[in-house]
Write a protein that binds this ligand. Sequence first.
Ligand code: CP
Ligand code: NVA
Length: 312
Amino acid sequence: MTLKSKDLVSVEQLEEREIERLFMLTGKIKRNRRLYRRALDGAVLALIFEKPSLRTRFTFETGIYELGGTGIYLGRDEIRLGTRETIYDAAKNIERWAHGAVIRTFSHRNVQAFASSCRIPVINGLDDLLHPCQALTDLFTLKERKGPLKRLTVAWVGDGNNVLHSLMWASAKTGVTLKAAVPEGYEPDPYISETATGYAAARGTSISIVREAGLAVEGADAVYTDVWTSMGKEAEAEVRRGVFFPFRVDAGLMRRAKPDAIFMHCLPAHRGEEVTDELIDAPYSVVFDQAENRLHLQKALLLLLLKKGPKE
Ligand code: CP
Ligand code: NVA
């Protein structure tokens, strides 16, 4: 079992069948965390992080360790992608030592450049445009809670950001209906909107953008939000607090979703800003399941990308 693409730079690279396979393996690993504990025996993964992280770093390091490999963490002051040396040169060095790389950085082009410069699998651990590991984990979590994805509707409330972009492609490819409420001027990327809408239409579902939180949430199976100010956009925080205030997710808004709807957030959350404490701590909140599942899904992804046979 492998993936067609060498890398996971974006969800757009994956076929629906591959996502299904990834979810099946994720479930198997989740049921028995000790499976495949020698599968990455002797493998070294470079973990290049130019932005902060709790979940992504911890789950990749733990996952690599649990599969028998080693992760080498390179923080923002070490590589300085494209500044200390070219991205091409950094990638050409790393491919001589490592069997794979995870990159979290600002520019999406830098992730693409790194991946196309080397022979080893490269996983996008978040950039300004995309967060594929998050969105895939989110749909795995949704399926775990609510069953077959093709019957489900997710409401996104907030910024047209990296998490939404990946969620649009992941939803479109798996048959989830997605309704995103975003304020004017904060819409998702036009290329992603157009392609995701196309993939969804081919499956008889839809990806739509609305202007009011209530319109997106009405009748939804899951309500998803994220911070109003993503990493790297801190200078806009004050302006964004004003713009996004009507998009806060609280109990009143949640009541407009289905009675058994779940609340989702990729975390970190700014409690009291995009979401109230009451919601994030509610029994229907799955935010910590999402965080846990990052570990299981990324272990499955590592196995599929590094093409190691499942030696138990
Ligand atoms: N959700 C997520 O990617 O969290 P971190 O930024 O802590 O890695
Ligand atoms: N949109 C957020 C996600 C953090 C996991 C950010 O980019 O900061």
